[in-house]
Design a protein around this ligand. Structure first.
Ligand code: B3K
Ligand code: ZN
Length: 846
């Protein structure tokens, strides 16, 4: 069935050192001429090149055309028989024709608003020319672009150019997935950077004319990233130019092509009026991420796609550390851990669970997942804890020394840590090769001055893995006395057995703070009273665990409320203490005030053996918010007034934290004031954070119509802001009208469903509305399935990605399960389904 297995890996039988490409651009008939300099590694191998949707114009070797009997062409590639190959090195010449303007999948060479651009990862280069399209074939690229457009870009350093043509040379060998080409009418915001060793680098952020006033922050972020990588990892940039281009039609966030990063425009363009604090933060993080790939991805790449998390997990870990260093540290850890738990634990809990390094796939694009990225980053974080800061730095230095210019595996990566620390990481390697989230049960005893913590680990089964071996789990622990003083500062316990105990000498029975800083991606299971949780929320010296205590308290309160309980007084009181504590960062308080999301609650209820009721969850959250507001109205109102940020907008962490907390207060106060404050803020706001924040709050309260209309009128010509509008209209809409609102908007003339951002805004807006998507009559499921089926022939990648909203189906009651299964079955039975969506829907059905 086309499944590809890790165990089938074999090296490519040819060396490819140089590649010459000439592009003659034309929207419906671009010609691509390729010359590949190949040297066989052994004898007798035939030459296989990947190629899809290519019209072959000519094919020759060393200047002589090949005859039909010399080769075989199929839907997926071209094989030149061994007998037709000369002995020793040779040059293969091909010319093909492709149609960028017909490329709606946005993979390969395609067009977006009159501009040519490429997306080659994972296997898009084979839609450009015949080539060994695999990451372990690394070559030096020389590119010539011919086209009647003012800006013509490719990887590496600029070569000769003239009217209507330009040449580019990339001195660094790279796999084809890092190739990029951009051609269009573009303008640059430019800067300069001098590396530590004195290399002068031109920096350019390229955008469509009209967007150039929203590029400054992207440029600043790039410079910050370059400085940070020199300081934190000793990594310098290695070309005389770094180009970054913003594109409106893009399947994902961004792409790390060597020297020519291509970005979804939503992750580049920002001005105070159009971008929120969260947008600014995302932009900085993703610019960092793609830039950091230059070393962890480009200079050292993956041997095969099973190793994807070698570059992605490490690079996410690097971008998270970057954000932590340049913004507010502890809050960033809370955000990253919370994302991991809501999204990656959810993946592990369902039919799509897979190891960070999978061992088989049908369509690799389906494996750009939270497990590969975010869990991959957690694994790097655990390695760092085990190796220590200094050991980690030495391991990374060795990794860069030993593997620069290579295509590597997870084994290579773990080996540098083994060599540097002298540890045996064979058990640790299970984090990469096995799926699932370990559950860690904790019990404690105290006797004769000895406090003992006992941990028992077990991992629920995942598809294809019934039995799970114990993992190597780093558990950071601290102990507090009853006054909240630390009697044991953070220690790292290393658990390797199924059950293990650790003892400490302490004068009185302490309160433990376990899994500090979220030291391992596991589910902690422990008996804890609401009083103990409230105590830790008030006193824990570890920022993450402090937040975590409040989170668990909120979660248990809400779950009890879905069964009819009243809001827990312990929780309401704890929130009051938090609001009164002016030693805390506003951003931290804001995170503590945010209730667990509806989907997260559904996940927790299911994990505890229950069946979530989406409407009851929605009601419980509303009721609890209202109870918080009523109990603490005066304090919230005072905070709301005190937190006003005056003066010109700055996206820095401090004012952003204040705005965040202020909006959290506003959201609660709106339960009581009929929207007076939110309407006033909406009218006065001079930045998108507050304008959009107020709008969302009004829509959520069911009183957003006027504001929504005004917002739309004001921003109808701004694509990125209109995406926000589509999203919030459905995501924040009261659940009972979510599906009808989504249907209405799908008919709206501004709903350009072929644009991935707009599609995700509307369809993703519905799936983000938990109780709306899970409407009892199944209309939410039908809406999603209809749109996936419609989008799939156009853009399989985005369709497949959006299908993951169905991954939670086993959580719900029998009628809902039945309806989702029917929708998934309808999808699998659709004729001509893409490999992407067909693999996903089959796996989803399980
Ligand atoms: N490496 C790209 C993702 C490519 C996705 C292909 N379907 C972006 C990133 O992780 O930096
Ligand atoms: Zn990446």
């Amino acid at each position: 069935d086309g499944t590809i297995y890790l165990s089938d890996y074999t090296p490519y039988p040819f060396d490819l050192d140089q590649v010459h490409l000439t592009f003659r651009l034309a929207p419906s008939a671009t010609r691509v001429l390729a010359r590949l300099h190949l040297t066989p590694k052994g004898e007798g191998a035939s030459l296989h090149l990947d190629g899809e949707d290519l019209k072959l114009i000519s094919l020759g070797i060393d200047g002589t055309a090949l005859q039909p009997a010399d080769y075989l062409m199929t839907e997926t590639g071209l094989t030149v028989h061994a007998a037709a190959l000369p002995e020793g090195a040779f040059t293969l010449e091909t010319e093909v024709e492709i149609a960028p303007n017909a490329n709606t999948a946005l993979e390969g060479l395609y067009m977006s608003n009159g501009m040519y651009c490429t997306q080659c990862e994972a296997e898009g280069f084979r839609k450009i020319t015949f080539y060994p399209d695999r990451p372990d074939v690394m070559a030096r690229f020389h590119v010539r672009i011919e086209g009647d457009l003012p800006v013509l870009l490719s990887n590496g350093n600029a070569g000769a150019s003239g009217q209507g043509w330009a040449e580019w040379d990339d001195p660094w060998p790279k796999p084809a997935y890092l190739f990029a080409l951009v051609a269009g009418d573009l303008v640059a915001t430019s800067g300069k950077f001098t590396t530590k060793s004195g290399l002068e680098v031109d920096l350019n952020i390229w955008v469509r004319p009209g967007d150039e006033d929203r590029c400054d922050f992207a440029l600043e972020s790039l410079v910050r990233s370059m400085v940070w990588d020199e300081e934190a990892y000793g990594r310098e940039y290695d070309l005389s130019v770094f180009n970054l281009v913003a594109v409106d039609d893009f399947n994902m966030g961004a792409m790390e092509n060597k020297g020519l990063n291509i970005f979804n425009s939503k992750l580049v363009l920002a001005s105070p009026e159009t971008a929120t604090d969260t947008d600014y933060m995302r932009i900085e993080a993703v610019i960092g991420h793609e830039y950091f790939h230059n070393w962890t991805g480009d200079r050292i790449t993956c041997r095969d796609w099973f190793q994807l998390c070698l570059k992605e997990g490490l690079t996410v870990f690097r971008d998270q550390s970057f954000t932590r260093d340049v913004r507010l540290g502890p809050v960033k850890r809370i955000e990253d851990a919370a994302t991991l738990r809501t999204r990656q634990f959810r993946e592990d809990q369902g039919p799509l669970a897979h190891p960070p390094r999978p061992n088989h796939y049908r369509e690799i694009n389906n494996f750009y997942t939270v497990t590969v990225y975010e869990k991959g980053a957690e694994i790097v974080g655990m390695l760092k804890r085990l190796a220590g800061d200094e050991g980690y730095r030495r391991a990374l230095d060795l990794y860069f020394d030993r593997h620069d210019g290579q295509a590597c595996t997870i084994e290579d990566w773990l080996k540098v840590f083994e060599d540097v620390t002298g540890r045996d990481l064979s058990q640790f390697a299970l984090w990469y090769t096995s799926a699932g989230t370990p559950h860690l049960k904790v019990t404690d005893t105290y006797a004769d001055g000895r406090y003992t913590l006992t941990f028992r680990q077990s991992t629920p089964p995942t598809p294809g893995e019934a039995e799970k071996a114990p993992r190597h789990i780093p558990i950071a622990v601290g102990l507090l006395d009853l006054q909240g003083r630390e009697v044991l500062s953070t220690q790292l316990l290393e658990m390797t057995e199924e059950e293990q105990s650790f003892s400490f000498d302490v004068a009185e029975k302490p309160v433990p703070s376990i899994l500090r800083d979220f030291s391992a991606p596991v589910v902690l299971q422990r008996e804890q009273s609401p009083e103990e949780q409230a105590f830790l929320l008030a006193h824990d010296t570890d920022g993450f665990n402090r937040w975590e205590a409040g989170r668990s308290l909120a979660q248990r309160t809400l779950i009890d409320m879905t069964k009819g309980a009243e809001p827990a007084p312990a929780y309401l009181e704890a929130i009051g203490n938090l609001l009164a504590d002016d030693t805390l960062e506003p951003a931290f308080i804001a995170h503590c005030l945010a209730l667990p999301g509806e989907d997260e609650l559904a996940q927790a209820i299911f994990a505890a053996g229950g069946t979530p009721d989406p409407d009851a969850i929605h009601r419980a959250r509303n009721t609890l918010s209202k109870a918080i507001a009523t109990t603490h109205e005066a304090r919230l109102a005072a905070l709301y007034d005190a937190l006003e940020v005056k003066g010109p907008y700055s996206p820095d962490a401090e004012p952003a934290g204040k705005r965040g907390l202020r909006l959290a207060c506003l959201s609660l106060l709106t339960k009581l004031d009929g929207g007076t404050r939110a309407k006033a803020l909406f009218d006065q706001a001079n930045n998108m954070t507050e304008s959009f924040g107020a709008l969302s709050i009004l829509i959520r309260a069911g009183i957003g119509q006027e504001a929504s209309q005004a917002f739309r009128n004001r921003w109808q010509d701004n694509r990125l802001v209109m995406d926000k509008w589509f999203m919030v209209e459905v995501a924040a809409c009261p659940p009972e009208s979510a599906v009808s609102r989504a249907r209405e908007l799908a008919q709206d003339s501004a709903f350009d469903w072929k644009n991935p951002n707009r599609f995700r805004a509307l369809v993703g807006g519905l799936t983000a509305n938990h109780a709306g998507f899970h409407a009892k009559d199944g209309s939410g499921y039908a809406f999603l399935a209809d749109w996936l089926i419609k989008l799939d022939p156009m853009n399989p990648q985005t369709a497949a990605r959006m299908s993951t909203s169905f991954e939670t189906w086993r959580r719900y009651d029998a009628p809902r399960q039945q309806m989702i299964r029917e929708e998934l079955t309808r999808i699998t039975q659709t004729r001509g389904l893409s490999r992407d969506l067909s693999e996903m829907s089959q796996r989803l059905l399980g």
